[in-house]
Every structure is written in C-alpha cells, then in structure tokens.
Design a protein around this ligand. Structure first.
Ligand SMILES: C[S@@+](CC[C@H](N)C(=O)[O-])C[C@H]1O[C@@H](n2cnc3c(N)ncnc32)[C@H](O)[C@@H]1O
Length: 331
C-alpha cells in the first residue's frame, strides 16, 4: 500500500471477527442460488480492469456520460454557487469529476467515497495537481455507511455526484433506499447529480457487458481470484466462464460466473459444490426509462429537476433537488 493510501480515512460501521468480505462470500456461496455482491469486484486489480472496460468500444456508458457532462457542466454545476462541497459516491477514477470541479465556482472541498483504496489514492494524486488548493477528503467506505461529513465542510452547500450508472446495480426499491440514504448524508438543502443508463437494444447492452477482448470476463473472474488471494480460496478460475444476459422482464443485465464442470471449491474451511452449468450471480445492472428513474427519486424524497441526455438517448444525467427540510423531516 502506498503512503498516500495509508492516510485515507477508512469508515466501517461494525467491527466484526470475520472480515466483511469473508462473511459476504460465505453467505453468498451458501445461498440456494449462489451470488456474490458486486462491490467486491473493486480491489486494486478490479479497479484497474474497470478502467480498461470504460475505454472499450462496446462500453458506450462512460464516453456518453462524459460527453453529456462536458456539454452541460456549467448548467450542472452552476446552481451550486461558490464554495460548494462536492461529495461523490463510488468515485472510482474521478475522471468525470474533473469536469464538474472545473465548472464549480471556487469549490470548497471534494469528498470522494469509494470501497477501493487504490482508486481513491490514484485519483487523489491526480486531482491534487489539477486543482491545487482544493481540500480533498477521500473516504474509504461503502456508500451505505452512516457517513458524517467532516465538521469543516458542514456549513457549505453540498452537491452530491453519483455517475457511472452505479445506481443500476441496485433493484429499484434498493435504489430508492440508497437515494434516501444519500439525502441523509448530504443534508438539506442539497442537490444530487445521478448518471442513469437507459433501456435500449438488448444486443448492444449484452455487448457492453461481454466485450470481444474479454476484459469484462477478466473483471468478473477476478472476483474468484480475489477470493483465492485474500481468503485462501482454491477456486480453479479456468473452470469458470463469464456470462452476461439481458433479462427483459426486470430490464437488467445480469452477470454470472458459470461453472464449466462439476467441481468443488474450498473457502475458509468450507466446501462449496458446483454442478456443471451452475452459476454465481455477480452483478445486476438495471436499465431505466427517464420517468421510471424519476419515480424512484421522488419516492426517495428528491425532486427531479434538470435532465441531460445524448442525442441517441442512450444515457441520462439527472439533477435531483432536496428542498430545505422542515423541522419534522429530520433530514
Ligand atoms: C461502475 S464504477 C463507477 C466509477 C465512476 N464513478 C465512474 O462513473 O466511472 C463503480 C464504483 O463504485 C465503487 N463502489 C461499488 N460499490 C460500492 C459501495 N458499496 N460503496 C462505495 N463504493 C462502491 C467501485 O469501487 C467503483 O469505483
């Protein structure tokens, strides 16, 4: 770990005897339909592979959302005024953030929150050079944590930022709960900018999650490699295959790891059996219409305001506004 990474503040709700990753793996592999939570994709290797995915021809979301932010940064950042604090949930490389920071008038601070220490420390090093004098406060935590922003930024206006369609990793009820949680973290009044991938031709969707170069396959399989590295597992990774399918009913891409043969794997002294063709469900990526997403946001207490899209309507960037709380709202 680099010296910079060691200084990043880690926030955990409850210390436990078995590390959270271990608990999630044992629980997920014991389920009747095996699953692993997608947040564990992002160790240093996974974060690097995700960056490679964002540059793939098939992976339209990153370049489309970046172009929207580029074209509309002044409208997106403008209403936050001077001295705003930008709080980003699942910040990753913070590349898109640069467009928002550059458009904000004298931003007071930037608080990137991510489970990946390597992504936070790389982004911190780059942003420090690009925005000298900006107070950068990286937080290594799940964005579900009951985070308290540092006292020195509390008095300033908050602009939340949640790009990358990471919201799509949650089913709509959980997406609503997450937006409600962000409202508590940001406080009111505040604004939140959310990037949301839109429904489209399933063939394009599947190609975006199953690219010809096999980078997404490596990203998915890295989860088993991470279990082997960090939990002493003995998965024979070559005997699993990546699969991406589009579920028309739920309007979501599903990523799975498919067992190529009947086999067993040991993790932390437990044995897990796989039938040939059995899968571990590793990620969902829900696709929305504009109105469906706005309904989820409204249900979570946010008022939909600005909306920016590309000409093809492949991707949407939403402005959500949290009005000043009444005393009884407790937000
Ligand atoms: C789809 S990537 C998006 C990255 C970046 N925001 C972008 O738009 O390119 C998801 C990011 O969220 C982070 N992440 C995933 N689950 C998380 C969680 N529960 N809490 C905090 N960060 C999370 C990952 O480490 C990764 O950097």
């Amino acid at each position: 770990m680099t010296p910079r990474a060691q200084t990043i503040q880690a926030v955990r709700s409850e210390p436990s005897s078995l590390d959270e990753f271990a608990q999630a793996v044992l629980k997920g592999l014991s389920a009747p339909r095996k699953r692993l939570p997608c947040q564990y994709f992002y160790d240093a290797v996974g974060s690097m592979l995700f960056e490679e995915i964002t540059r793939l021809e098939e992976y339209y979301p990153t370049r489309t959302e970046t172009a929207i932010l580029h074209a509309h940064a002044p409208s997106i950042a403008g209403p936050s005024g001077r001295d705003a604090v930008l709080v980003e949930f699942g910040s990753g490389s913070s590349r898109k953030t640069e467009l928002v920071l550059a458009a904000l008038a004298a931003p007071r601070a930037y608080v990137p929150i991510d489970v990946s220490v390597s992504a936070l420390s790389d982004a911190w090093a780059r942003l420090e050079l690009r925005f000298p004098g900006l107070d950068i406060i990286p937080v290594n935590a799940s964005f579900w944590e009951a985070l308290r922003l540092p006292a020195r930024v509390l008095a300033h206006g908050k602009l939340g930022f949640f790009p990358g369609s990471t919201i799509g990793n949650f089913d709509p009820p959980d997406a609503g709960r997450l937006l409600m949680h962000f409202a508590r973290v940001l406080g009111s009044p505040s604004r939140l900018i959310v990037g949301v991938d839109l429904e489209k031709d399933p063939q394009r969707l599947v190609a975006a999650y199953d690219d010809a170069k096999g980078v997404t396959a490596r990203f998915n399989l890295n989860l088993l490699e991470r279990i082997n590295r960090e939990l002493g597992g003995d998965f024979d990774v070559a005997r699993f295959a990546h699969r991406a399918i589009y579920d028309q009913e739920f309007k979501r891409i599903e990523m799975h790891l498919v067992s190529r043969a009947r086999q067993t794997a040991q993790v932390l002294g437990r044995s897990f059996s796989f039938a040939e063709g059995e899968t571990i469900h590793t990620e969902n990526s829900y696709k929305y219409s504009v109105e469906q997403f706005r309904a989820v946001a409204r249900g979570a207490g946010w008022q939909p305001a600005g909306l920016w899209m590309d000409a093809n309507r492949d991707f949407s960037v939403h402005e959500l506004v949290l009005p000043q709380a009444r005393a009884a709202d407790g937000v």
